[in-house]
Design a protein around this ligand. Structure first.
Ligand code: HEM
Length: 411
């Protein structure tokens, strides 16, 4: 009899979920992949394969090289499976606009937005964010306990802030929150992904039509007056800008707020230190962004020309996924990486916001919201604690953005 033929080596699945008993750990298996090599093969839900970049230096090398690593989902090899906007629908909104473009298209549109997100402009939002945070705390005080810190604080805070910035009426918040939640499921089929983004496009079309009739003094209103009417920005591109800001602009920050609040409740020494020394909050937020590394399913790129990285040859037409969470816990870069150290000197070298030309446009706003949220909670509810054991908490292992589905708390 002929000798049995060895099956081809099977690439392990892309790790996204931490072990159930260690919700703050890296996704199960990712630590081992990272220890084995900086660049490894993984398989995706649809059976396709991609390269996974697991270390800090290589993550920065890929994210910093937009020429060899394209963000365009229609580029050959771009790993679409399980990705928001990874559907095959070919509209501006479905592909999520400039976050999925390469320079020079990307540069042209991003430039129209950068001044809106400058530190000074964002700082002007601080009193408004503080007021929203305090009002939510007032309501929590009146509500029966336990209170759900996700539904009653983190989500309403960040969706109100993005609504304020973009000029989205409060009555629409439940709708765009629901659409975002549906868009961010890892297990979405391309059809489901396309359907959600279609619905979002329909909603945004009405929203922008209202702005065209009556542009207010908000980001979308200004884009209508300064860019749409001047012909600099097409209407589909404007809809896609609105889509990426809405989809990217609040669930991310909300999950960082609830994860950070939970990790501080479980570390009373650090929480007390932040209460005593509020000046440490800024660095603490940076460190929490590193530690939690909540983007679990991307960023993604397509290789445009053969390139060697981390000792591997990547061929043009292959896909790449950057494991931000693993890069943020690379022991070569961060000493004792699984510990939260609010005074870590190099915490700001994390890649939680990406790196390179696509580095998060909203990061100043996200950091401000996190600082205000955590400081307000710690001032208003110093005795707040989880109302359920960790093992019973529902973590978002099924979502492209890690975090908590709910966080019941008492005080
Ligand atoms: C891009 C993470 C909050 C708007 C990115 C990227 C990451 C990221 C990793 C890079 C994607 C890539 O390279 O393909 C986060 C995290 C957040 C957060 C972890 C919260 C903790 C926000 C907020 C906004 C925002 C609050 C808007 C108000 C954007 C936009 C881009 C982006 C517009 C695309 C930038 C570009 O392609 O040039 N974000 N983000 N993000 N983010 Fe964020």
């Amino acid at each position: 009899a002929p000798p049995p033929v060895a099956p081809p080596p099977v690439a392990p699945p892309l790790p996204v979920a931490p072990p159930p008993d260690r919700p703050f750990a890296l996704p199960a298996g990712l630590g081992a992949l990272s220890a084995a090599a900086p660049v490894v093969r993984v398989s995706l839900l649809d059976g396709s394969q991609a390269w996974l970049v697991t270390r800090h230096a290589e993550a920065r090398a890929v994210l910093g090289d937009h020429r060899r690593f394209s963000s365009v989902p229609t580029a050959p090899g771009y790993p679409r499976s399980g990705m928001v906007g990874g559907s095959t629908a070919d509209t501006a909104v479905a592909s999520l606009g400039f976050i999925r473009m390469d320079p020079p298209d990307h540069t042209r549109i991003r430039r129209m937005l950068t001044h809106e997100f400058m530190v000074r402009r964002i700082e002007e939002l601080r009193p408004g964010i503080e007021r929203i945070a305090d009002e939510l705390c007032d309501a929590m005080e009146r509500a029966p306990r336990p209170v759900d810190l996700v539904a009653d604080f983190a989500l309403p805070l960040t969706s109100s802030v993005i609504g304020l910035l973009l000029g989205v009426p409060a009555a629409d918040h439940p709708l765009f929150r629901d659409l975002t939640a549906r868009a961010n499921r890892i297990a979405n089929t391309p059809r489901e992904a396309a359907r959600v983004l279609d619905e979002l496009a329909g909603y945004l079309d009405e929203l922008v039509a209202a702005k065209e009739r009556e542009p207010g003094d908000d980001l979308l209103g200004r884009l209508v007056v300064e860019r749409l009417r001047t012909g600099e920005l097409s209407r589909p591109d404007l809809l896609a800008v609105a889509a990426v800001l809405l989809i990217g602009g609040f669930e991310t920050t909300a999950n960082m707020i609830s994860l950070s609040a939970l990790s501080l409740m479980r570390d009373p020494e650090t929480a007390e230190r932040l209460r005593r020394e509020p000046a440490l909050m800024k660095g603490a937020v940076t460190e929490l962004l590193r530690f939690h590394g909540i983007i679990r399913n991307g960023p993604r790129r397509a290789v445009t020309e053969d390139v060697e990285i981390g000792g591997q040859r990547l061929a043009a037409g292959e896909g790449v996924i950057i494991a931000v969470s693993a890069a943020n816990r690379d022991p070569e870069e961060f000493q004792d990486p699984d510990t939260v150290d609010v005074c870590r000197p190099n915490a700001s070298r994390h890649v939680a916001f990406g790196f390179g030309v696509h580095q998060c446009l909203g990061q100043t706003l996200a950091r401000l919201e996190l600082q205000v949220a955590l400081a307000t909670l710690s001032r208003r509810f110093p005795a707040m604690r989880p109302a359920a054991p960790l093992a019973r908490m529902r973590f978002r292992a099924d979502m492209t953005i890690y975090g908590l589905h709910a966080l019941p708390v008492i005080w």
